[in-house]
Design a protein around this ligand. Structure first.
Ligand code: ATP
Length: 255
């Protein structure tokens, strides 16, 4: 794909000026004959946190997998800084500044914390000690446990490790798939605070969550998916006060 050759690997400077960092246009994705995404459109601006909400099977994970190149859209476009990236494989997209923290963390269980983090830096010729320091500052628990096998970490620590591993690739856009899943409320709060800190340090975030209140509390804007389509979108504060959202996702009766 010729247009993608113009993209720089680690910086957001290349691409079309003023284009959103990420834009999905009419994106349709299939699993065999099943149409999981039926023409999704959304944008993520540089520096934003955007929440992607919706119930089970709405298409949130499929959206992230398509952005990170694990799935290819059958129709539509995925643009990074205004340049087409659909068709590029996931291992190559890491070089374009996309980091994906998948659902269920997927840490390398038999490797140590440090080895997992080093794996996250695979696109570089060597591991930068500054990147490691940054991750250990964000997650002091990982620093304490750097020699521990990842499979023996708690669920919250594994989530921290999965995020830390993605940060080792210095992503400009971080895709987070349900970081709160299965974690105690206090740990979820810590993870969300760290996501905010990562964003404050300059990383743009697309956050998939079932936990709508917490996600919208953190996000600038949100999109609500229903059976593969965008049902609602808007500033996080507006979505949070919308009676339909409150009824569908916050367990309250519609006003
Ligand atoms: P959840 O919150 O339950 O993870 P989700 O919003 O992330 O849901 P997806 O996992 O993206 O939803 O699934 C969207 C649709 O695609 C669902 O109908 C699901 O059954 C279907 N689907 C997902 N993965 C596959 C697969 N590997 N093969 C076939 N269908 C799939």
């Amino acid at each position: 794909m010729s247009t993608t050759a113009q993209l720089r690997t680690e910086s957001g400077d290349a691409g079309t000026p003023d284009a959103p960092l990420l834009e999905l246009k009419e994106m349709r994705v299939f699993y065999g004959a099943i149409e999981a995404l039926k023409g999704i459109g959304l944008t993520v601006g540089k520096g934003e946190i955007v929440a992607l909400l919706g119930g089970n099977g709405a298409g949130k994970t499929t959206t992230l997998r398509t952005v990170s190149g694990m799935l290819q859209p059958r129709h539509g476009e995925v643009l990074l800084r205004g340049e087409r990236i659909d068709g590029i494989k996931s291992h190559e997209l890491v070089r374009f500044g996309i980091g994906h923290v998948p659902e269920g963390r997927r840490v390398f269980a038999t490797m140590t914390v440090l080895e997992n983090l080093e794996m996250g830096a695979y696109k570089f010729s060597s591991v930068d000690s500054g990147d490691l320091d940054r991750v250990f500052t964000l997650f002091p628990r990982l620093a304490e446990r750097r020699s521990q096998q990842a499979g023996t970490l708690s669920g919250g620590e594994q989530q921290m490790l999965a995020i830390g591993r993605a940060l080792m690739g210095r992503p400009e856009l971080l895709l987070l798939d349900e970081p709160s899943m299965g974690l105690a409320p206090l740990i979820v709060q810590q993870i969300f605070e760290i996501i905010k800190e990562i964003n404050d340090q300059g990383t743009t975030v697309l956050l998939v969550e079932q936990n709508a209140t917490q996600a919208l509390g953190l996000a600038d804007r949100g999109y609500v998916l229903e059976t593969g389509s965008v049902a609602m979108s808007g500033p996080a504060g507006e979505l949070l006060s919308d009676s339909r959202i409150r009824a569908a996702y916050l367990g309250e009766g519609a006003a």
